[in-house]
Ligand binder design. Sequence first.
Ligand code: 13P
Ligand code: SF4
Length: 304
Amino acid sequence: MTIKEIQEEIIRLKKEKDFCILAHAYQGHEILEVADYMGDSYGLSVEASKDSRKNIIMCGVRFMAETCKILSPDKNVYLPNPEAGCPMAEQMNLETLDEMKKKYPGYAVVAYINTTSELKTACDVCVTSSSAVQICSKLDNDKILFIPDPNLGNYVQKQMPEKEFAFFNGGCPRHLAVTLDDALKAKELHPHAELLVHPECRPDVVAEADYVGSTTGIMAYARKSEKKEFIIGTEHSIVEHLQYECPDKMFYPISSKLMCHNMKLTTLVDILNVLKGTGGEEIVLSDEVMEGASRCINRMIALG
Ligand code: 13P
Ligand code: SF4
């Protein structure tokens, strides 16, 4: 089968079997072409909960499919490639969190959405890269234990110096690979370009940016900016999608190291196999995890 034939078969089967396909912005273009929605991890889950279809395929990584299931408990949610996990989301478990809580008693525990749903059951609230500043500033507690990404935490802390923060020594291995030297070299190479970065990048890289935001925030900024050139400080697919959408502008990757292999594990064939009932994994969470994690996620929605 050609790529086009696989895509046609996916589109036919998703209609016949009442499926909605979600694609995170880090997916390749061929997957975006068969998706009903493209967006960031939080936005996609909200779209899924509003959609009337009974079945959802989340093309992204496991924590995104879990968030989707928690926000749409009555729907069947599938992760097309069961191997697609986010290394950052797997850095902490209940035990490591417990140790940190003992070290920082009285701190509000704020979890980045890139965490397992099991971990969310033991956190006070979760945040996304686009809502972290707003939510942390609204918390009554002035002491915040921010997990697992110290880079996003550091970015948030800079906006509210009056609050005290404690961090876990984790982070996204892909964004951490980008150094200040990479950012300065890219700027030197493209002196007229604006630098747009995800807050998962190192603080010294973030300090060089003209704009800091989530994947969809970066895309929205580049679309409406009057500037013509941009250096993109997040996953490589964003460079490709923006170049495709805005052919009159130029987009350059900050570094060739910024590729998320986990996000790229999902293929069109994996999606087709879910639709045929021969592959993928249906997300099943215990009642305890559903209840505990939805409390954490619903608090984010209420404060965000
Ligand atoms: P967004 O929440 O911006 O989609 O980011 C998710 C992610 O994994 C970034 O590396
Ligand atoms: Fe996880 Fe980083 Fe990949 Fe995002 S880019 S899914 S944080 S490993």
